[in-house]
Ligand binder design. Sequence first.
Ligand code: SF4
Ligand code: MG
Length: 290
Amino acid sequence: MAIAPAPVPLKPADYKSSVKPIWCPGCGDFGVLNSFYKMISDLQLAPEKVAIASGIGCSGRFPAFVNAYGFHGVHGRALPLATGIKLGNPELTVYAVSGDGDAFSIGMGHVPHAARRNIDITYIVMDNEIYGLTKGQPSPTSVLGMEKKASPYGSIDAPVDPLRVVLAAGATFVARAFSGRPKEMTEILKAATLHRGFACVQVFSPCVTFNNTYDALKATAVDLPADHDVTDRLAAVRRTSDPEATYLGVFYHDTSKPSYDMLVAGVQAKSRASGRFDLGRLFERYNAAG
Ligand code: SF4
Ligand code: MG
């Protein structure tokens, strides 16, 4: 990931915008936001070199609360937005933020493509296993049998496993964190940010109003075993849905693949050298016009 340090030391509070979060008190999303402030301060990223794109849902408000560039887009489109931002200005450190519905229902078409391209962004999925903003319908990650007002006889749809989806599509950094474990989340977000390529972090971020899973997660979530091999994709796949435990940590990390912005730069250089069609100059003209 491209990192541009801030010219003067910045504390976590310096990355707070003037917009106060309006999430329900106790929402897991506060934990994600606070870990994000801490991570970005630890890395001393210059606010003007950071961009955050989001979709729709309670998670969609995230960019408004950070002192950086932000784009609250339409439902399910955080990844295409973040991809465009990164390719338009590869020097930026780019994040996409979604909820489980935004990412794995309406946005599902974009997830495998961002992963296979290895676009250099960090995708934070704040997963509360429910549609919170619309008051509690089953989402793609809701557990089977979840009984809510909108599913009084229990959810009958088998849930998506987010990490398996991105692992199968070729993601090069795959991790899972929990709002109830903020220190560990900060370290995971840091590693994801420093990874050059597509980094996906699923964060269990309980919706305390419609699906409060805090106590269950505190009782079951454990760190990945110390001997887990982060370079073994199949081992990572097996750990995502281990019946014995709900694991947290970095499941997979592959530094061998070029990121998409590197590949695009290569194509631009070739097109420039060919003298036939100068893709690089076309980009420059486009940027100048903007
Ligand atoms: Fe958080 Fe749920 Fe409230 Fe949305 S509805 S802000 S996810 S607690
Ligand atoms: Mg949700």
